[in-house]
Ligand binder design. Structure first.
Ligand code: NAD
Length: 312
């Protein structure tokens, strides 16, 4: 396949190199021509503009900073759509690997469809090391048949390529992934600073948390699928009244040592509200139902996963 790659930064540089390594013809473009040097030395071709690149490629990939750049490169003057001439366009696919706006990619997909070009959003997770080594999750939104057709190209980029749903779904999944990550980062900072200020050395504190269920990542592998996501809160695996006691004790410690706990206090209020619903003896994850209600009675349930697969 003739593949074009625009945006050869921390992520794009590694992903483009893997596309080339997988044996595809590769044409590249970036604002910074020097970013392309290693790829050109390995056999890739250079295009002066996104339009020029698009004119010679079956699949065009972009890995750009955000929505502003994606819109300009896709729809702007000298951009990808302009380069897709009528004869060549039909059957071509534009895939945006950037973390960008679901609303924007849905609108881009409509503009491209008018010329017979399919669009997928396929943001990635795994960082620059994953981009270089091919250990990336690729979250794909768009038409399923198009996804199947271009999957070999995406397999060159990541080891966990998955179809999420219609156009925009990949971006939504990626944004939710990162928002969870940065929410967790905030509470981790609160609890590590409190733990150290209260007298524990950073290394054993970090090791203790790493060895516990939080550090082992069992929430996603096991706990949520078997409680919240299954709508299963009785019998409790860890009762709400016990979780409330633990977070209350942590906040008492924070007051004693003068450490602000913004997210910790929000978590405490969630657990208190859940207690006030009469849920003390249900599983502590029942508190997650409060947000389902506030979001407009959005129910989040998944089919019961395979027990072996969930073993943390
Ligand atoms: P980066 O800034 O390193 O790379 C962006 C590249 O795009 C640069 O080489 C830049 O010159 C080029 N570029 C910018 N505007 C351009 C334009 N108008 N025309 C042509 N080239 C242009 O960023 P990155 O870290 O590689 O991230 C790329 C995307 O991947 C972002 O959407 C980011 O959110 C996402 N992402 C990053 C990471 C990470 O850990 N760095 C992980 C997952 C996803």
């Amino acid at each position: 396949m003739n593949i074009g790659f625009i945006g050869l930064g921390n992520m794009g540089g590694g992903m483009a190199a893997n596309v080339l390594r997988a044996g595809h013809e590769l044409t590249v473009h970036d604002l910074r021509r020097d970013a392309a040097t290693p790829l050109l030395e390995s056999g890739a071709s250079w295009a002066d503009t996104p339009a020029e690149l698009a004119a010679s490629c079956d699949i065009v990939l972009t890995s750009l900073p955000g929505p502003r750049e994606v819109e300009a490169i896709a729809l702007g003057e000298g951009g990808i759509l302009e380069g897709m001439d009528e004869e060549h366009a039909s059957g071509s696919v534009y895939i945006d690997l950037s973390t960008s706006s679901p609303t924007l990619i849905r609108s881009i997909a409509e503009d491209f469809a008018a010329k017979g070009v399919s669009v997928l959003d396929a943001p990635v997770s795994g960082g620059p090391v994953g981009a270089r080594t091919g250990r990336l999750a690729v979250m794909v939104g768009g038409d399923h048949d198009v996804y199947e057709r271009v999957k070999p190209a995406l397999d060159a980029i990541g080891d966990k390529v998955s179809y999420i749903g219609p156009i925009g779904s990949g971006s939504i999944a990626k944004l939710m992934h990162n928002c969870i990550g940065y929410g967790l980062q905030t509470i981790v900072a609160e609890c590590l600073t409190l733990g150290v200020k209260a007298g524990v050395d950073p290394e054993p504190l970090f090791e203790a948390i790493s060895n516990g269920s939080v550090g082992r990542g069992s929430s996603f592998a096991n706990t949520y699928p078997n409680t919240f996501l299954a709508g299963n809160f009785d019998p409790p695996s860890f009762a709400l009244r016990l979780a409330h006691k633990d977070v209350s004790l942590a906040l008492e410690l924070a007051r004693e040592y003068g450490v602000p706990m913004s997210v910790g206090n929000i978590a405490h209020q969630e657990l208190t509200s859940a207690l006030n619903r009469g849920w003390a003896d249900l599983d502590s994850r029942v508190a997650m139902k409060l947000q389902e209600e506030r979001a407009g009675n959005i129910e989040v349930r998944i089919a019961k996963p395979d027990a072996d697969a969930l073993e943390a």
